[in-house]
Design a protein around this ligand. Structure first.
Ligand code: NAI
Ligand code: NA
Length: 396
């Protein structure tokens, strides 16, 4: 069928398999163009189908010839109805991996559950024996706790008071004032349950208990800090509490891995357009201004450039892993450069509906957003009949 973008609010209800395949291929080509990385050879990626997790899977496979197992939660296609984007990304990834002679299998299910952890362990045992890198890149608004069966929802709220600032509806370009009511204690606690470190630790505990972690195994999860202007709704808001918890969990997991000579890291990444970040008020305006400045300065990166640099210049240099005073890897260094942040702050003060298209990179934001769903990707023929029924080869 002919597949077109169908928007509802901040999400797109359709996805394009051909566009997804092309954008996975573009990421693969980028990684190959940067040369080999002496990285892990058997890699488990939790949250492998989109965003930073997909970029991690691609960098492992095509930078280090790694065998990869990807875990994700995506909707398969139905006759006349497209799959979710991560499904098509994963179908394309497995296809390209297989053409390159690389092992790649995927598990589609709830990574928070005991069942999916067990499936991953069984698959590692059967096919790989052990893994030497575990990437933890989940972004989810809900988590059903495996021990209690209770379902928790995260919130994106400030703590302690109402937060008012500018935001943009990136579809229309309208800049407006938004006020977000403060979180309750329950909102804070729930967000930590969903996006904090508990599940990451549960994964590593389960993998270790099953003896499927290699000597020297590493595990990495992703965090964000960002500028003062987004602090109330991000780093000092509910999601920030979850990131504090995630970062603290890295130290606990490092203890767990000590006898294997392994280590756990949190990498602080750059703000990028993903499904997760488009849903956070204020962030899209910040990103559109940030993109403008970083492109002007020639230091703009997307998910694949970020993760390729994480592997090549932080994790697998042959030397020790450089971290900040809180033990975190920083690949948000270019975003956080003083000169860049000063310029963004100037633009922030000026931004209005009338001038945003000019002073910000609204067009770049929209393009990246459409790319997430496989639309607007150069060289793809969107007028041609697309097969929405594309399957992920390894998923029965
Ligand atoms: P994303 O939405 O692109 O990817 C989320 C992944 O998690 C997908 O593969 C999805 O299928 C999977 N997933 C969600 N719920 C699941 C479940 N219950 N079971 C199995 N898989 C599930 O998100 P993105 O942006 O790549 O985020 C990944 C991490 O990076 C998050 O921790 C996020 O906070 C962090 N990060 C994001 C930044 C951004 O600007 N987008 C910046 C810095 C860090
Ligand atoms: Na991801």
């Amino acid at each position: 069928m002919i597949i077109e973008p169908r928007m509802r609010g901040f999400i797109c209800l359709t996805a394009h398999p051909g566009g997804a395949a092309q954008s996975v291929k573009n990421q693969i080509d980028y990684v190959k163009s940067k040369g080999a990385i002496a990285g892990a050879k058997k890699v488990l990626v939790i949250g492998a189908s989109t965003g930073f997790g997909l970029a991690s899977r691609i960098t492992s496979a095509f930078g280090s010839d790694a065998a990869t197992i990807g875990v994700f939660f995506e909707k398969p296609p139905m006759e006349g109805k497209t799959a979710s984007p991560g499904w098509y990304n994963s179908a394309a990834f497995e296809q390209f991996a297989s053409e390159a002679g690389l092992y790649a299998k995927s598990i589609n299910g709830d990574a928070f559950s005991d069942e999916v952890k067990q499936q991953a362990i069984d698959l590692i045992k059967k096919d790989l024996g052990k893994v030497d890198l575990v990437i933890y890149s989940l972004a989810s608004p809900v988590r059903t706790h495996p021990k209690t069966g209770e379902t928790y929802r995260s919130a994106l709220k400030p703590i302690g008071g109402v937060y008012s600032n500018k935001t943009v509806d990136f579809h229309t370009g309208k800049v407006s004032e938004v006020s977000i009511q403060p979180a309750s204690q329950e909102d804070i606690d729930n967000t930590v349950v969903v996006m904090g470190g508990e599940d990451w630790a549960m994964w590593i505990d389960a993998l270790k208990a099953a003896d499927v972690l290699e000597q020297g195994a590493l595990t990495v999860a992703y965090s964000y800090i960002g500028p003062a202007v987004t602090e109330p709704v991000y780093r000092k808001g509910t999601i920030g509490r979850a990131k504090d918890d995630l970062e603290a969990t890295a130290f606990k997991i490092s203890d767990t891995l000590k006898d294997l000579g392994g280590n756990a890291y949190v990498s602080v990444n750059k703000a990028l357009v993903t499904q997760a970040s488009s849903a956070i008020p204020v962030i899209p305006l910040y990103i559109s201004l940030l993109y403008k400045i970083m492109k002007q300065e020639g230091v703009h990166e997307g998910t694949i450039e970020q993760i390729q640099r994480l592997y090549a210049e932080r994790l697998y240099t042959g030397g020790s892993v450089p971290v900040d005073d809180k033990g975190r890897i920083r690949i948000d260094d270019l975003e956080m450069r003083d000169d860049i942040q000063e310029k963004v702050a100037d633009l922030w003060a000026k931004a209005t509906t009338e001038n945003l298209a000019e002073i910000g990179d609204l067009e770049g934001y929209r393009t990246d957003f459409y790319h997430l769903f496989g639309f607007d990707v150069p060289s793809v023929d969107y007028k041609a009949d697309a097969n929405e029924m594309v399957q992920v080869p390894s998923i029965p």
